[in-house]
Design a protein around this ligand. Structure first.
Ligand code: X8Z
Ligand code: ZN
Length: 605
């Protein structure tokens, strides 16, 4: 189902376009056969979705003017049909429908990403803007030297591995040079999509996005704020510790102890996950995590294919069926050198049945080994709900889709690595703090970034942030939530949000914030199911059929039930909460507090 961008690739943003040439005909059907209308909508959308997926897949694997045009046209066709059906559906009297059909109706009306206005020319323009923004991002290159022009995966390797602040700064500023041309296109896209949202009865696109969580939009926004407050003290303790340790490495002139952390020093292009600089902040008086996963993979001859095969084995060990042969024949694992592709990792279900694939420019690192599990989680979810009607072929809410593979990644423990022969012996219990710190630098560090991307976009869509303030507002939020600052002055000649994939490609981002909390809730419950005893961070779900069955039961529901019911099926709880994450990191939180107190650090920025 592509009304929602399930993962990333989707036809996604291809939103709803306008134009309702058959409005009268629909109105007539409404009176006679509401259920039949829904059925017909599902049939047509499923067909157009599969066609658009295929065109999008080809575009993303071979970026040319022609494939861009074809993808744009296929997406437009889907979008226009979706608008036509949504407009007709809006006229239905829900009380005449079965509860199941009422839910379908609600999905049809709400779960759109960029609703185009009904004007034909405008909807066409919106489709063109989508693909052009995508193309600008995906073909972006920066030349570190005349003979050294790098793609994003290559620049990301610099951000991950270099410890030279000048080189880091060059890659950081360089990647952002691809974004300024996006700014006028993005502003136009915002204004067109807002028109579409208003036609469908929403205040703006942001409100529409917030209305997809089985509760009123305002209530959802409040809930998200409350979730952040729950976990914020943990983030602040981590920020304080990491800033202190980076100060030791780079000196006070580079990392001032009373200022936000410069955004180029955290091992990631967007400072969204910090685990790549774990070695810089690792506690000296404790054994570290006891292993370096990147090194282990290389020592054991893991190439891209073997990394994916190992990840698949995790899922099959829990009782999920192996991926189809076509997955191995049709997926993209290695960045091609002879053409432009969309490198950002994504998982696809081309025919909404069995044609599962991933597309990813895999680097042979521990980080990408985890991302592979993330992507396969999407594929396993897609296959689990393939028997649902088209409109329910989606996750319970978008955070669920992003959480499943990560639940499995949390299971990549030393015990598991030993079991599969990557590690000879398990590190001693004293190294647990190191392990937890590394994990927190990935999961806890991510939270404020996961939140702020859409805080920015919600305000852009509502008009609170004007185009003339795009960049300043972005950095205000980066400062407020993350406590990071740009390493060099930025201005409105820059468009730094455009240098993050999900902005030019219109993928809502709150999903990842939710997923980072949900994955710990699900993990905690599934570990119980698997009979795990002892600290939760040592739990692995590898080989647990019981956990697999429980998880599968939830995945199979797709979007057919409100998400609290799906969540309750696994956890017994009907609320998303930060508590499971806090439980997981409780020993680390105590340790961070002690470290920060002992070093006399003044936390905050
Ligand atoms: O985009 C992704 C996945 C594909 S859905 C690789 N993630 C976010 C990002 O990279 O910014 C996973 C974590 C957050
Ligand atoms: Zn994902």
């Amino acid at each position: 189902m592509a009304l929602v961008p399930r993962l990333v690739p989707l036809v996604v943003a291809m939103a709803l376009a306008g134009c309702s040439p058959t409005g009268q005909e629909s109105a007539h059907r409404v009176k006679t056969e509401p259920a039949a209308l829904l059925q017909q909508a599902e049939q047509e959308l499923a067909q157009l979705d599969a066609e658009a997926n295929r065109a999008q897949w080809i575009y993303e694997n071979y970026i040319t003017t022609d494939t861009a045009t074809l993808a744009s046209e296929a997406n437009l066709a889907f979008t226009q049909a979706a608008v036509r059906h949504a407009t007709a559906a809006a006229k239905l009297d829900p009380t005449t429908l079965s509860p199941l059909d009422q839910r379908k109706l609600s999905v049809l009306l709400r779960n759109l990403i960029l609703p185009a206005p009904s004007d034909e020319a405008k909807s066409q323009r919106l489709a063109e803007l989508d693909i052009e923004l995508n193309r600008l991002y995906s073909t972006g290159r920066f030349c570190m030297a005349p003979e050294r022009c790098l793609s994003l995966p290559q620049l990301s390797t610099v951000m991950d591995q270099s410890r030279d602040p000048d080189e880091l700064l060059q890659a950081w500023v360089g990647w952002r040079s691809i974004a300024p041309p996006m700014r006028p296109l993005f502003a136009e896209q915002v204004s067109l999509a807002n028109e579409g949202a208003e036609e469908l009865g929403f205040d703006d696109v942001g409100q529409m996005w917030r209305s997809q969580y089985d509760m009123p939009a305002d209530q959802f926004a409040e809930r998200v704020d409350a979730l952040w407050l729950e976990v914020k003290p943990l983030y602040e303790a981590l920020h304080c510790y990491v800033r202190g340790e980076l100060g030791e490495v780079y000196g006070d002139e580079v990392v001032s102890q009373s200022e936000p952390i410069p955004a180029h020093l955290l091992g990631n292009m967007w400072a969204q996950q910090w685990s790549n600089v774990y070695d810089l902040v690792a506690p000296e008086d404790l054994p570290g995590p006891g292993y370096d996963l990147t090194l282990l993979l290389s020592e054991h001859g893991y190439d891209e294919l073997k990394m994916v095969q190992q990840a698949e084995r995790f899922f099959t060990s829990m009782g999920f069926a192996p991926l189809p042969d076509t997955f191995w024949q049709r997926s993209l694992f290695v960045e091609p050198q002879d053409r432009d592709v969309v490198c950002h990792a994504s998982a696809w279900d081309l025919d909404n049945r069995e044609d599962l694939r991933i597309k990813m420019c895999i680097q042979r690192t521990g980080e990408d080994f985890r991302v592979i599990h993330h992507e396969l989680g999407h594929n396993i979810y897609q296959r689990a709900y393939q028997h649902q009607p088209f409109l329910f072929k989606e996750s319970a809410n978008d955070g669920f889709h992003e959480a499943i593979g990560d639940v499995i990644s949390l299971s990549i423990t030393p015990a598991y690595l030993k079991q599969i022969g990557l590690l000879e012996k398990e590190p001693p219990a004293e190294s647990d703090i190191g392990l937890l710190l590394r994990e927190a630098m990935e999961k806890v560090a991510f939270l404020p970034f996961g939140l702020l991307v859409d805080q920015w976009r919600w305000q852009v869509f509502s008009g609170e942030i004007a185009p003339s303030d795009y960049n300043q507002a972005w950095w205000d939020l980066r400062l407020e939530y993350q406590g990071v600052a740009p390493p060099v002055p930025r201005s409105e000649l820059d468009f730094d949000p455009g240098a993050k994939y999900h902005v030019p490609t219109s993928v809502p981002y709150t999903r990842y914030f939710l997923a980072h909390l949900l994955q710990f809730q699900l993990f905690e419950a599934l570990c119980k199911e698997a009979g795990h005893q002892g600290p939760i961070h040592r739990c692995t779900l590898y080989g647990s059929r019981e956990a697999g069955e429980k998880l599968d039961a939830m995945l199979k529901l797709g979007l057919s039930q409100p998400w609290p019911q799906a969540l309750a099926l696994v956890t017994g709880e009907e609320q998303m909460s930060g508590q499971a994450m806090l439980n997981y990191f409780a020993p680390l939180k105590d340790w961070l507090n002690r470290q920060n107190a002992w070093a006399g650090r003044r936390c905050g920025w």
